[in-house]
Design a protein around this ligand. Structure first.
Ligand SMILES: [Zn+2]
Length: 278
């Protein structure tokens, strides 16, 4: 356990160094491209959580500022976030069911379905740890051509249904230095997130009757700092008497996310600018 945790920390350090590199390179090379940085504290070390968002300048919604030299590559990474963990069990059912444990098992199945569909999967936690919101976003923000999916079990809602949430509107703020504040990282991606969310929700409603037809919007903290198309998938509900009822939903949820990601893939074109990636 300790070894794995140490390794995770090391991986994060590498990611932070990578992000710093991107921000540094991007400030010079990507004038006009959306960049994201941490607005938390000017006293933080250069390796503190921060994210470059070269995707934002070249998403399907925004004309590429990089002209004919840009190579284009598509979505190939899904960052999967089993929410909560560690000291935070998430929602708890009467029978001692913990959201943090169910979503970790669910993530294993979603990962398998995504890999079968040809995606590379990065997990924000592999065991009972509780990375911070910023740590989880930083993992996604360090990837190029990734989407982000956070997995939850709700404490409300009709049992047997599943809802997809995308972040509610955020004013896109660009600071005088051309950077987008860390807590507005999702703003340039809201349109793509909604499209991705609607596609996943459409797959879910086919399997889980009573689910919404389209993605809902909410102020989801985890999504706000994520510089990628990002959705929250929430299964109802933790109040079932036996967790087997939730476990039985996992294959259908996994399949719907994988199909939704595959359907979304053609919509998400990422500029690959030589010299800005390690
Ligand atoms: Zn939750």
């Amino acid at each position: 356990m300790a070894d794995r945790f140490d390794m995770l920390l090391n991986v994060r350090n590498v990611i932070r160094m990578t992000i710093f590199f991107l921000v540094g390179a991007g400030s010079l090379a990507l004038a006009g491209g959306a960049m994201v940085h941490s607005a938390q504290s000017p006293a933080q070390a250069p390796g503190a959580p921060a994210a470059a968002s070269p995707q934002a300048g070249a998403s399907a919604q925004v004309a590429s500022p990089f002209g004919a030299q840009a190579q284009r590559s598509g979505l190939n990474i899904v960052v999967l976030d089993p929410a909560h963990g560690g000291t935070d069990p998430g929602a708890r059912g009467t029978g001692g069911i913990r959201e943090s444990e169910i979503v970790l098992d669910l993530a294993t199945q979603v990962r398998r379905a995504l890999e079968l569909a040809g995606f590379q999967v990065v997990l924000t936690r592999q065991g009972n740890e509780n990375p911070s919101f910023d740590d989880r976003s930083a993992i996604a923000n360090a990837q190029r051509g990734a989407v982000f999916v956070t997995l939850h079990i709700s404490s409300t809602g009709l049992p047997g249904t599943v809802r997809v949430y995308v972040n509610s509107d955020l004013a896109a703020v660009t600071e005088a230095n051309g950077l987008i504040p860390w807590d507005r990282a999702q703003a340039p991606f809201l349109g793509l997130s909604k499209k991705f969310g609607d596609l996943v929700q459409a797959m879910l409603v086919q399997r889980f009757k009573g689910s919404p037809d389209t993605a809902l919007t909410a102020g989801v903290r985890q999504l706000r700092t994520t510089a990628a198309p990002a959705i929250a998938v929430e299964i109802s509900s933790i109040v079932v008497e036996d967790r087997a009822e939730l476990d039985r939903m996992a294959p259908g949820v996994a399949d719907a996310i994988a199909r939704g990601a595959a359907a979304f893939k053609p919509s998400y074109v990422v500029a690959n600018v030589p010299g800005t990636l390690p």
